[in-house]
Design a protein. Structure first.
Length: 98
């Protein structure tokens, strides 16, 4: 996952935008000294959840707030495997400069 970090001058916090496959998944404000723990926690809290409609269940990887990170899995084990892969990937932290 990619984490784009910029400074929010109005609050003295960091704005962290979480991307997966070029899609913004989440945007959070964190304090400077909490950045790494936020990223670790964000990845650790990802989980697999069902989405059912018209009698069909698909499985989606979501973050702690229920935002869809990746999905459309028919097999729950494949979804768990992919979720574990994302968690093991080295996060790409990019500092936005102005």
């Amino acid at each position: 996952m990619k984490f784009l970090v910029s400074r929010d001058k109005s609050t003295e916090c960091l704005l962290v935008e979480c991307f997966h496959k070029r899609k913004v998944v989440s945007s959070q404000s964190v304090f400077d000294d909490d950045l790494l723990s936020f990223i670790e926690s964000y990845l650790r809290m990802m989980k697999v959840e069902p989405l059912s409609a018209l009698g069909i269940t698909e499985w989606w990887i979501t973050d702690s707030e229920g935002m869809m990170v990746e999905g459309h899995f028919i097999d729950v084990e494949a979804a768990h495997t992919r979720c574990d892969e994302i968690k093991r990937e080295k996060p790409n932290i990019v500092w936005e400069t102005f």
